[in-house]
Design a protein around this ligand. Structure first.
Ligand SMILES: [Fe+2]
Length: 373
């Protein structure tokens, strides 16, 4: 009896859906919308449509991935492996050699990280389209000049890698056993490289003049190492933060399947950043300290402590747990926009770009699990 009633409800829903589809067809036919559009509307109704909130979550993720891809391509052109898999050019041997001081496989990792990000936004946009939702396209905002150093394609960019201000407190946040930003929003985690938080520094050579002196181009490579980890820890938090508000299980699956690859990137880059040679850039005074020296508390700064230290999670009445942090979901997308803006990634971008990005973030932050829309 009960099963019958459920079947009845299901049938009624399907029937209502078809009626709505037919009504929409008639409405569009009356409005003079072409046959193709009407047919595609019916096709959309046959595939399960995305809820508004789910589409907004995926659209913000797609935008973030397009932005990531843009600067990863810049890194790849100058410091990555040059092949047909990802856009590149000739590479910059001097810069690449300095990156390889951090790890001999650095160029390969740049290449593969670039490849990953391109597939992320391509997949997310294709999925949105497959569900009849609008994909994200930022091409109109590719206006920044980028590097003119040997090896750069010189094509217009979305992101600026030449005036970065980096918050490297993730270094101590993931080494802290006492504090979690979700439980202690006012706790100040110490910076690994305080100098990077207080000025504007290039992470790529801006032109061939940046290729010397030796310590200057090494400082640029060190900055890149810390920037890469800084970005990827942001992605590691963004995906679980947004996933908590997904309604469809498939959208949840997408978010929790892409997110951990950002974390794989993060841990790789945090290991490489720890190999940045201590130095002072003679051109601007930027200091990379020796984080393994006696002046630093080893538990908080030691460079080979790249596994997350267990920390309080959800409640201090529960035992410590090794987790991604933060994962607070409220305002997560706007938090990422602020994080990217504060690091100087959008210096030189138009107001229209910033407005568009804010709109995407606000829509994503408005998504609610099991919203009815
Ligand atoms: Fe990504």
């Amino acid at each position: 009896m009960r099963i019958g009633r459920r079947k009845g409800i299901a049938m009624k829903r399907i029937s209502t859906g078809l009626n709505a589809s037919r009504r929409r067809f008639l409405k569009h036919a009356l409005l003079g919308v072409g046959t193709t559009s009407a047919v595609s509307l019916i096709a959309d109704d046959h595939s399960s449509r995305l809820r508004k909130g789910d589409a907004a979550l995926l659209r913000f993720a797609a935008a973030a991935e397009i932005l990531e891809s843009d600067f990863w391509v810049q890194y790849n052109e100058l410091g990555g492996i040059q092949d047909s898999e990802v856009p590149g050019k000739s590479g910059n041997p001097t810069y690449a050699a300095k990156l390889q001081v951090l790890d001999s496989d650095f160029s390969q990792y740049i290449h593969d990280n670039t490849d990953d990000e391109i597939t992320h936004f391509t997949f997310l946009n294709a999925y949105l389209q497959s569900k009849g939702a609008t994909p994200v396209n930022l091409d109109q905002f590719r206006t920044l000049p980028g590097s003119t150093a040997t090896g750069s394609s010189g094509k217009p960019r979305l992101t600026n890698l030449t005036q970065l201000t980096l918050d490297t407190s993730w270094w101590t946040r993931y080494r802290s056993s006492a504090n979690n930003p979700d439980l202690d929003p006012n706790f100040v985690f110490p910076q690994a490289i305080p100098g990077l938080a207080t000025g504007q520094f290039p992470a790529i050579p801006r032109n061939d003049n940046d290729l010397m002196p030796d310590t200057h181009i090494q400082a640029i490579a060190n900055t890149a190492g810390f920037h890469m980890a800084t970005i990827e820890q942001g992605g590691s938090s963004l995906y679980p933060s947004m996933a908590q508000r997904a309604s469809s299980v498939e959208v949840l699956r997408i978010l929790i399947s892409i997110g951990p690859t950002e974390t794989m990137h993060f841990q790789t880059w945090s290991d490489k950043a720890g190999n940045a040679p201590p130095l002072t850039d003679p051109t601007n005074g930027l200091v990379f300290p020796d984080l393994n020296s006696a002046q630093f508390d080893s538990e908080t700064f030691q460079t080979n402590l790249i596994m997350p230290e267990p920390c309080p999670f959800l409640s201090r009445s529960l035992p410590p747990c090794s987790v991604i942090r933060p994962t607070e979901t409220t305002g997560a997308a706007m938090g990422v926009v602020k994080f990217l803006t504060d690091m100087g990634l959008f210096i030189g971008q138009s107001n229209a770009f910033l407005v568009f990005l804010h709109e995407l973030a606000l829509a994503a932050d408005s998504a609610r699990r099991n919203d009815r829309d």
